[in-house]
Design a protein around this ligand. Structure first.
Ligand code: SF4
Length: 703
């Protein structure tokens, strides 16, 4: 008989005859705390951790379907060495881990001797476990080039937050907000961060006004009070004009500005000198001046409010200043870090899992690539510039690349250039779960465990401080290994084994959680540790040079850039030959490369598509659901068209998710949908180094 007082999770475990492992989901980067139910080394059920504040027992469809990866027959199972020449799709033979580690260590030693350790770069996903690779290749080997994939993600937002607030990660206290402006931020469509999506809908239920500024009538716009269809790449113009109007009307928060902001008076003059008025912005943005003024007034006079960005205002060569302008709106109206505002994330006391002594570290002799490339304040590597370093040795030669859980051949602009780059590398190593397009170009492919088979301790993406844990729920698939074991294996061959002395994951996890209340044991038991959000902590948490919100950015000024945000036209403007502007949007069922080989998700969403406005569709004889050819000056693709009313005329919106049209990845993913990234030439944001995916013009015709 069931016990009515029993927790739901215990009841499920009993009914399933399963063991419950508290863990987190990694089908997208939001890492919802998750319960994994395991029987006979098989995942038999998953659900959200109902005690965790982020997702209170729920998971999205991607999370629910993610158990598939534990049984996916296409998983990489053994280390593999390339057997054919570069420049053609890789053919591989199975080798042992010992052979793989020896091969990599020998190459690393010879590259360090010939070119110096700076000739090695790592590009990975942004995870604590990649710290093990950083210890190996950065601290011990001596490369300064330890990077992640941010230039293909939220680089402009990250940069705006760092330069204005000195903080790397803003979150959003939607639930307490009364007025929210989302600039190109389609959180409900991207279906990530359940906590934030739920909070936005809850805010609306409580009467908050939600404004979505976006060229497309996205899933989020459909739930908003108002959709402002803005011309692509002009968010910065509208945000600057709103700032100008707010200041001209004296609606800014004078007390907050005086106490916390640097450079307000200069900014006011800058707006005036440049003539950034609503009338000036109207034509550029396709939004009339009265609407801009009304929104400016509404935003400045409603408290608490929030102006938020993610990726949509980026993806253009003017995206850095667009992001800054959107956040300056928050700053001048005193809408930062209070309840209902942009929230500067609180951090949990999670430390480093390994401690490499200073004397063992090798100091690089060259500056990191991003600085040497001319992007001194970029928060990460301008990925699209990496081929130049590899192929031309500019700014200095890169001879080896480690790629972990990221797929630049698929997800960076100009696939041809990325493919060319791999031909020039002396060593290319992929650490992956599935054979990716990038892994196919590598010399050696190492199978990593999935998040169901490994451990990780990390910051949770909850407003308040939160630590979360991933615990191995089942045995590794095949001979796959977690990042710690891979880094350790290479380190031993390099003669640095003493620095990777832990035998079991719990040993390094204990070090990482040494300062966490309750320590590792409680974290394992509950799956998370959290504290309520801390508000109004600006005096303590602004990490800028002046300790203030830098409307006048010293980071920009010190690096020779304009300290105040300006509006410049985007780089690629449609013309008679290519009359349509490309924009991008994500897919709710897919995220990066971890979902496209999942038959459950592919049954719901088996391909990507392009959206085109009905008036443009009529002009180019395109019918709904028809296959069309999209041509840019660089390449063409064939893709399904959806004819919609909700998109500004003159733009097309390609749903991508960085991963349709695979030619390497598993049998389910292969050949489905269209890969759009080769339509693009390389355009890199001149300050942040972000990939400018939307700097692309095209024409469309029926296939
Ligand atoms: S939002 Fe992301 S982390 Fe959460 S369940 Fe969905 S895929 Fe997993």
């Amino acid at each position: 008989m069931s016990n009515p007082g029993m927790k739901l999770s215990d009841r499920i475990a009993k009914i399933k005859g399963a063991t419950l492992v508290k863990s987190f989901c990694y089908s997208c980067p939001w890492n919802c705390p998750t319960e994994v139910y395991v029987r006979d080394n098989k995942v038999v059920y998953v659900k959200g951790n109902e005690d965790a504040p982020n997702n209170i027992g729920t998971r999205c469809s991607k999370g629910m379907a993610s158990w598939w990866m534990t049984q996916d027959p296409d998983r990489l199972k053994y280390p593999m060495l390339r057997t054919n020449a570069k420049g053609q799709p890789g053919e591989f033979k199975r080798i042992s881990w010992d052979e793989a580690f020896t091969f990599i260590a020998d190459k690393l030693k010879s590259i360090a001797e010939k070119h110096g350790p700076e000739a090695v770069a790592l590009t990975c996903h942004h995870d604590p476990n990649t710290q093990f690779y950083r210890h190996l290749l950065g601290d011990l080997y001596g490369s300064p080039n330890m990077y992640t994939h941010t230039s293909g993600c939220e680089m402009d937002r990250r940069s705006a937050c760092l330069t204005l607030f000195g903080h790397p990660f803003p979150m959003h206290d939607f639930v307490n907000s009364k007025y929210v402006i989302l600039w190109g931020m389609n959180m409900l469509g991207a279906n990530q961060g359940l906590f934030e999506s739920r909070a936005l809908l809850e805010a609306k239920k409580r009467g908050a006004k939600i404004i979505v500024v976006d060229p497309a009538f996205t899933e989020t716009a459909q739930k908003a009070d108002e959709w402002i269809p803005i011309n692509p790449g002009t968010d910065g113009a509208m945000a600057l004009a709103m700032c100008q109007h707010i200041i001209a009307e004296g609606l800014h928060d004078k007390e907050f500005v005086k106490k916390y902001c640097e450079g307000f008076d200069g900014f006011k003059d800058h707006l005036k000198d440049k003539g950034y008025t609503p009338e000036w912005a109207a034509d550029k943005c396709g939004v009339d001046a009265d609407t801009i003024k009304r929104l400016a007034r509404g935003f400045a006079t409603t408290k608490p409010a929030m102006s938020a960005i993610f990726k949509g205002s980026g993806y253009y060569t003017n995206g850095n200043d667009a992001g800054r302008a959107c956040y300056i709106l928050d700053a001048i109206c005193g809408q930062v870090d209070g309840p209902g505002n942009l929230h500067l994330k609180d951090w949990a006391p999670v430390g480093m899992p390994l401690d490499i002594p200073e004397e063992a570290k090798r100091k690089p002799e060259k500056e990191p690539l991003h600085a040497a490339m001319g992007y001194p304040i970029a928060p990460d590597l301008p990925n699209a510039q990496l081929p130049k370093a590899v192929i031309e040795g500019d700014p200095y030669p890169v001879k080896a690349l480690f790629v972990q859980s990221t797929n630049p051949v698929m997800s960076d602009p100009d696939r041809d250039k990325m493919l060319e780059m791999f031909k020039h590398l002396e060593l290319a190593v992929a650490c992956e779960v599935l054979m990716s397009e990038t892994a196919l170009e590598c010399d050696i492919v190492l199978p990593e465990t999935s998040f169901y088979e490994m451990a990780e301790v990390r910051q949770g993406l909850w407003l308040g401080a939160e630590a979360i844990i991933c615990q191995p729920a089942i045995e590794p698939v095949g001979e796959s290994k977690p990042p710690y074991d891979i880094a350790k294996g290479i380190a031993q061959k390099m003669g640095w084994g003493e620095h990777f002395a832990f035998e079991h994951w719990e040993d390094w996890a204990k070090t990482a959680t040494a300062d966490l209340p309750g320590g590792l044991e409680q974290l394992k038991e509950r799956g998370f540790w959290s504290q309520p959000p801390k508000f109004n902590k600006l005096a303590d948490c602004l990490g800028t040079k002046t300790g203030k919100i830098e409307i006048y950015s010293h980071a920009y000024a010190d690096s020779g850039f304009n300290p105040y945000p300006d509006y410049t036209e985007r780089s690629v403007i449609p013309d008679d030959d290519y009359p349509l502007q490309v924009t991008h949007s994500k897919l709710s069922m897919h995220c990066n490369i971890v979902t496209q080989n999942n038959p459950l998700l592919m049954e719901i969403c088996p391909e990507n598509w392009v959206e085109i406005n009905a008036s443009d569709a009529a002009k180019y004889s395109i019918e709904d659901d028809q296959m069309v050819v999209i041509e840019s000056p660089k390449d063409n693709i064939t893709i399904r068209a959806k004819v919609v009313q909700g998109l500004v005329p003159g733009a097309v919106s390609i749903r991508h998710g960085h991963g349709f049209g695979h030619w390497a990845m598993g049998s389910v993913a292969k050949g489905k949908g269209a890969h759009s990234n080769n339509l693009m030439e390389i355009h890199t944001n001149p300050v942040t180094g972000a990939n400018c995916y939307n700097e692309c013009k095209v024409r469309v015709r029926p296939a």
